[in-house]
Ligand binder design. Sequence first.
Ligand code: FFO
Ligand code: ATP
Length: 196
Amino acid sequence: MPTDKSDLRQKLRARRRALSADEQHQAARRLAVNLAGTRLFLTSRRVACYLPNDGEIDTGPVIEHIRHLRKTCYLPVLSRLSHDRLWFAEAGPKTKLTPNRFGIPEPVVKSRDLVRAQELDLILMPLVGFDDQGNRLGMGGGFYDRSLEFLRHRNHWRKPHLLGIAYDFQRVNGLTADPWDVPLQGVITDQAVYLY
Ligand SMILES: Nc1nc2c(c(=O)[nH]1)N(C=O)[C@@H](CNc1ccc(C(=O)N[C@@H](CCC(=O)O)C(=O)O)cc1)CN2
Ligand SMILES: Nc1ncnc2c1ncn2[C@@H]1O[C@H](COP(=O)(O)OP(=O)(O)OP(=O)(O)O)[C@@H](O)[C@H]1O
């Protein structure tokens, strides 16, 4: 296994992109079933998810389930970044979307309707790799870590709760945590629920 983070990123990203449409579809459905039985998800009302990019596991069934349970679904918004922190916007089935600078669709909303991570109960986070300590390897922009920095200074658990969403093959051994990394409380995959 490559030890270098960027090599590992490239390898895992290529493996995601190599899945057939049928494999992607199956895995996305299994993931939604696994998430649906997770207590942290069931007890959260304001839930942020993401729209898939670069072969990330499809979140369509998850988003449908969030709405079915009458929870509020949020998506990350990059286009009005301040100090590289993510904002989040409520996203219903009729919300207009526009591609951000990475080509990922994001909600078109008024500034006053943007919320900070602090206001959410649960963030379902995209990731490239994860390990059994709750360490997360992301796309390398540092957006989530910067936006969740306030969680590192807590001495008791504060919202939002953090769960990663991934294919099971994205589980790797011993990622080295950087000082700014904010650990995940669990990762939900197409095969399992890992809680740390
Ligand atoms: N679906 C999804 N949405 C997300 C994230 C994510 O990882 N996945 N992010 C998580 O933080 C933020 C966006 N971060 C991203 C960081 C890099 C690239 C990316 O494709 N980078 C290219 C280089 C592109 C360029 O520089 O122009 C690459 O690495 O190939 C995409 C999203 C917010 N929204
Ligand atoms: N809390 C922070 N304060 C300042 N800089 C940060 C912070 N968190 C991350 N960064 C910067 O962001 C860069 C990318 O971090 P990292 O490689 O961990 O991103 P990532 O978690 O893979 O990306 P993403 O969260 O966008 O998926 C790092 O080089 C680091 O300098």
